[in-house]
Ligand binder design. Structure first.
Ligand SMILES: *Cc1c(COP(=O)(O)O)cnc(C)c1O
Length: 379
């Protein structure tokens, strides 16, 4: 008998997650010096980790032989004061990715429907299928979440709606007032999981706390992987009512988030300079990249996050050709976007390197795979 015959159906239906390629792998495959390989593939912070977080992590390493605080008490207290909520309203996970999977584990079973956008973050679909739920993918005209269509997709079987703003990979954010109205109108049996992985990049993110305090079933997730530059520590969190947090605590492992990461996250929340600088570098880099892409004749939709889409004729070929030149970006077939690459905003120098490389390619044989007739140019 084969393992495939024994495994649960939810596992077999799992699509394979294709992460951004690690620098070491690309360097080895293409015979490059890893120090010269530039990764613009996973929306990581080009400034590196928060310095305060690094310092705290180094200190916490000396306790690596001890089990971490399973309740992540210090981090939850710090988050509570940061967000003006109570510690019992926070749930810590191994990345917000884990938080969302645990949410599905707790609330989704066979026959339950989970709603998300067709080009939304792919983990929503994974989490749904894993527990036997039915994914309901709602079209995203113009690559943006259509809140009206999502509201219309709700049925008696809907358990969770996942919605990120800005969305990964399309970069589009929804209007905060519209998001609040959408969340407020949902029926009682639906949990609204608002994914705020890139909220720190927004000028004015939608504030769901009043709805949470009013007892609405709103659960927000955030991460230390993006603006705080701590992706490798795998710390994310969710906040909502104490009731949902208690239920999530019943499904998590006793030590689901690591102690070094917890310590780093606590310190990162005080690193206001780093966050401000990261936002500034991102804003300038976004302008630089979009202007550069536009100049080269590419279409790229606007983005409110730390990455941008690039529309090309043959993403697979460009992805490879860029790797040969030491630059890793992200193809998006798995997201139903067969004509796009996703590029994480880098430092000014890194952005220049990418733009110069593309310009060179436009002068060579790769030009045919690059989209020259932009439908809607960047400006
Ligand atoms: C990166 C990302 C996350 C979370 O990542 P973790 O590293 O697991 O915290 C969540 N949602 C979206 C939309 C993301 O892009």
């Amino acid at each position: 008998m084969k393992y495939q015959e024994l495994v649960k159906p939810g596992v077999l239906s799992q699509p394979v997650y294709e992460p951004g390629r690690p620098i070491e792998d690309v360097a080895r495959e293409f015979g490059l010096d890893p120090d010269g390989v530039l990764k613009m593939a996973s929306n990581e912070n080009p400034l590196g980790p928060s310095p305060l977080a690094l310092e705290a992590a180094a200190k916490a390493m000396r306790q690596a032989h001890l089990y971490p605080d399973g309740g992540a008490n210090r981090l939850r207290e710090k988050l509570a004061s940061t967000h003006a909520l109570k510690p019992e309203q926070f749930f810590i996970g191994t990345g917000s990715n884990e938080v969302m999977v645990l949410l599905a584990q707790a609330f989704v079973g066979a026959g339950d429907e989970v709603i998300f956008g067709e080009h939304a973050f792919i983990v929503y679909k994974f989490a749904t299928l894993l527990f036997g739920g039915t994914p309901v993918a709602v079209p995203m005209p113009g690559l943006k979440h259509d809140l009206n269509a999502m509201a219309r997709a709700v049925t008696d079987k809907t358990r969770i709606i996942f919605l990120p703003s800005p969305n990964n990979p399309t970069g589009m954010a929804n209007d905060p007032a519209e998001l609040l109205a959408f969340a407020a109108d949902l029926p009682e049996h639906v949990i609204f999981c608002f994914d705020e992985a890139y909220a720190e990049y927004l000028e004015a993110p939608a504030d769901m706390r009043p709805l949470i305090e009013a007892g609405r079933k709103v659960f927000c997730t955030r991460t230390f992987s993006k603006i705080y530059g701590l992706a490798s520590f795998r710390i994310g969190y969710g906040y909502g009512s104490p009731e949902i947090i208690r239920l999530l605590n019943q499904v998590r492992q006793p030590f689901n988030s690591n102690g070094v990461g917890q310590a780093a996250a606590v310190a990162a929340l005080d690193d206001h300079d780093f966050v401000a600088r990261s936002r500034e570098v991102n804003r300038a880099g976004m302008d630089q990249l979009r202007a550069g892409f536009g100049r080269l004749g590419f279409a790229c939709p606007e983005s409110a996050a730390n990455f941008v889409l690039l529309e090309v004729e043959n993403p697979g070929q460009i992805f490879k050709a860029l790797q040969q030149r030491g630059i890793i970006v992200r193809p998006l077939q798995g997201y139903g976007l067969p004509r796009h690459l996703r590029v994480t905003v880098g430092t000014a120098e890194e952005n220049t390197r990418l733009l110069n490389t593309l310009e060179e390619m436009l002068a060579g044989p790769e030009a045919a795979w690059l989209k020259k007739e932009a439908t809607e140019r960047c400006n």
